[in-house]
Design a protein around this ligand. Structure first.
Ligand SMILES: Cc1cc2nc3c(=O)[nH]c(=O)nc-3n(C[C@H](O)[C@H](O)[C@H](O)COP(=O)(O)O)c2cc1C
Length: 434
């Protein structure tokens, strides 16, 4: 048992109304694009002293999917969190911005603005993005390695821009009339492979400390990138062993780059289908898995492994020998590799594979059960050093969200793995205080 507190955040992507769950009478689906809905959620999260709320992002929609679910449609994360910032005081705010489809100057300026608006509570979730090229003048997504080369350059520029107009350059000297010491404000004169940016940024830093960075991709290159720049990784960890290995590896890699191993935290997404009894939770889970999602699952398996399970019986066994090299680059090497690893480790039936977290939950850790079962498992992962914290992704129903906030978080406090007060105000200090 450790007396350290884990880090807990809530995803503001309403996963509890995804699939067919939005059709339930209490889903509040009409509020899906209504900012008050998100402000209320963030206030609830803050009342529970959660470390952060988090908004992932997507720059495309599958318009056919909109026929029967909200899909990836939604408010821009940075605008959403700007509104949330003005209604909260202490909770951290993680926004998402892609390094493949933006300009670094825009991102540096928007995030530093949000940092001022929130008084230092933000972090940037860097994604190289899964899709959306058609909205940015590209026929195909750039190759994965190139996306990371661009991401590294983009991130360096953003960090340099944040430093280019330091807070300490502000003088506000009414007697002498000096507003700022311009010798301390420097252009960055970046001229690289992807971007040419002169700088300085048109807004001073809120504080002279770096803004925290979160990263999501976990291919080999993704892990290396995270180990050099990120304070945390939003991790897809379908089981505890994957989380332990990922955390150990990231810590070693951070060390190799001259950073302290505790500078990088693993925040695992945890998909929670919670109900009063385990049987009810299982029922909730099965009721909200639509046939649409079945065809998507089959498509994902084919893309990641080359195996077409639609032609196989549900009790047919899939084994490592059936894995084929993939002809089309997967949208996410992280997700494809996690699935291939699972099959390599142990043969599995088609039916089990379709239900596995690697296929059914974007490789996120899934807990389908009661609050007490969820608290046991989360505390166990934390106490065993598998994770530094979690991003709560409640699923299936608003009742599952309510149980996660109203019952699970207090239960984790009771078990001594989560704090019951804030002892800091900025996101970075929330992370450091752990
Ligand atoms: C857990 C996780 C969450 C992600 N969230 C997003 C997201 O919100 N928006 C997005 O465009 N891409 C997202 N991605 C995609 C990554 O940014 C990245 O493009 C993808 O995983 C490919 O990187 P890889 O080669 O390291 O796997 C996510 C990836 C992972 C693993």
């Amino acid at each position: 048992m450790t007396n350290k507190s884990m880090i807990i955040g809530l995803s503001l992507a309403p996963t509890w109304v995804s699939g067919s769950s939005w059709r339930q009478s209490d889903s509040q689906i009409e509020a899906f694009y209504d900012i008050d809905y998100y402000i209320d959620l963030a206030k609830r999260a803050e009342a529970l002293k959660l470390d952060f709320v988090f908004r992932p992002d997507s720059l495309f929609v599958d318009y056919a999917e909109l026929e029967n679910s909200p899909g990836f449609s939604g408010l821009d994360p940075t605008l959403l969190l700007t509104a949330v910032a003005t209604h909260t005081q202490r909770i951290g705010l993680i926004t998402t911005a892609s390094t493949t489809f933006n300009q670094p100057f825009h991102v540096a300026r928007q995030l530093q603005s949000l940092n001022w608006i929130s008084k230092g509570r933000i972090a940037w979730n860097i994604v190289t993005a899964l899709d959306g090229q058609q909205n940015f003048g590209l026929e195909v997504m750039p190759p994965a390695e190139e996306k990371y080369t661009q991401a590294a350059e983009f991130t360096e520029i953003v960090k340099s821009l944040w430093q280019s107009f330091p807070n300490h350059s502000l003088c506000f000297n009414r007697d002498t009339g000096q507003y700022a010491n311009s010798t301390q404000i420097q252009p960055i004169n970046h001229n690289g492979n992807y971007f040419k940016v002169a700088g300085p940024l048109s807004i001073p830093a809120f504080k002279d400390e770096t803004l925290p960075i979160v990263q999501a991709g976990a291919s080999d290159t993704g892990k290396e990138f995270a180990a050099t720049v990120a304070h945390a990784i939003f991790a897809a960890t379908p089981n505890k062993q994957v989380a332990i290995s990922l955390r150990n590896e990231l810590r070693q890699r951070a060390n190799k780059h001259g950073r302290d191993e505790s500078d990088i935290r693993v925040l695992s997404g945890v998909s929670l289908f919670l109900a009063e009894s385990e049987a009810q939770a299982k029922q909730l889970y099965s009721e909200t898995q639509s046939s649409k999602s079945l065809s998507k699952r089959i498509g994902f398996i084919k893309q990641a492994t080359g195996i077409d399970v639609s032609t196989l019986a549900s009790d047919a066994v899939i084994s490592a020998a059936m894995l084929q090299p993939v002809s089309v680059a997967p949208r996410s090497r992280t997700h494809a590799q996690l699935l291939r690893n699972k099959i390599e480790q142990q043969p599995i039936t088609v039916d089990e594979l379709l239900k596995s977290p690697e296929v059914a939950a974007s490789s996120h850790w899934q807990i389908i059960g009661t609050v007490s079962q969820a608290a046991d498992e989360i505390a166990d992962w934390f106490n065993d050093g598998a994770i530094d914290g979690v991003i709560l992704l409640p699923g299936g129903a608003t009742s599952s969200l309510n149980l996660a906030l109203d019952k699970l978080v207090p239960e984790l406090i009771n078990r001594g793995v989560f704090h019951n007060s804030y002892d800091s105000d900025t996101f970075l200090s929330h992370l450091r205080a752990k």
